[in-house]
Design a protein around this ligand. Sequence first.
Ligand SMILES: Nc1nc2c(ncn2[C@@H]2O[C@H](COP(=O)(O)OP(=O)(O)OP(=O)(O)O)[C@@H](O)[C@H]2O)c(=O)[nH]1
Ligand SMILES: [Mg+2]
Length: 331
Amino acid sequence: MANDEHPAPGIIDLAVKFPSDRDSGAPGSETFEFPLAAEKFPLDGVAEDPGYQKRSEYLATKRNAGPEGDGGSAPEPGQTVKPRVTVVIPARNEAKNLPFVLSQMPKDIFEVILVDGHSTDDTVAVVRAVHPRVRVVQDTRSGKGNALACGFAAARGDIIVTLDADGSADASEIPRFVAALLAGADYAKGSRFLAGAGSSDITRIRRMGNRVLTTLVNLLFGTRYTDLCYGYNAFWSRCLPVLNVDCDGFEVETLINIRVAKANLCVREVVSFEGKRIHGVSNLSALRDGRRVLKTILQERWMWGRYHASQRAYEQETATTPAREAPMRDY
Ligand SMILES: Nc1nc2c(ncn2[C@@H]2O[C@H](COP(=O)(O)OP(=O)(O)OP(=O)(O)O)[C@@H](O)[C@H]2O)c(=O)[nH]1
Ligand SMILES: [Mg+2]
């Protein structure tokens, strides 16, 4: 397991591959500033990963690339990089929870997008009163998946963080996710089941279901995830085309985790603590949504299998078919 290999870091590296199609890392911004990851969150163990040095050097070069793309030099120790961070919050009837959620937000977030699920309480009014600069968009269909897709479409930051509005996710953990991305990950995945993480919210039945589904994904897609169905995650916005969120419900995190794995993106799990929902009731049904998650896993695996089969068929065909001769013509 990943946490056995890396004893006590706040960030666990699950990455095994370094994608070659990576583009620019963290363009500048006026509003956001975190110290370089390794400074604030020592990545014990991760630095021993032979690919780590290569990735961080590469990112450092990309980060400093000038407009001409000349690469530039690596950042000096202590130098800061400034990605713009967008926080996307799906919310349906969370008026009582949002003031607390927003109060935990780190100061220098570039933008917060609240995706309202046609709430019948004062969700939108409360948000506008507490935090007038929050951008409010409406979802187009019912469900958390659609809400996130709408939020992603509106996001303008370099990094996108997904955060629930029920008070269970602590926004002050955001720097930890950003640190993982700055340290080289494409996708920083929150986990409640790493050493130092936890949940006071998850029930025994959900924990068991999550474990079974996580194991299934790990077996089918070769990943080493410890927590499949957790909504607190972050990624570079340039990964959006790969995620291509096209589902409506609570299966959305599973879909994202699988597509990230299929695209060989660099993933790190981040220690996170899930508190209890503060007010209101959960929108999730363990049985109904568990079934949707399972269906998503099987569908994604089937599509992956078909993709590989067509790749193999193409390779075989191009390897065995002799080049066609130009037809003889009588003049
Ligand atoms: N916009 C929008 N947001 C939604 C919808 N359904 C759920 N959400 C939000 O998605 C987040 C997660 O939903 P929850 O009901 O807390 O479900 P959960 O966190 O998976 O389950 P619990 O652990 O029981 O809370 C919350 O912020 C909800 O308000 C929806 O249809 N539209
Ligand atoms: Mg919740």
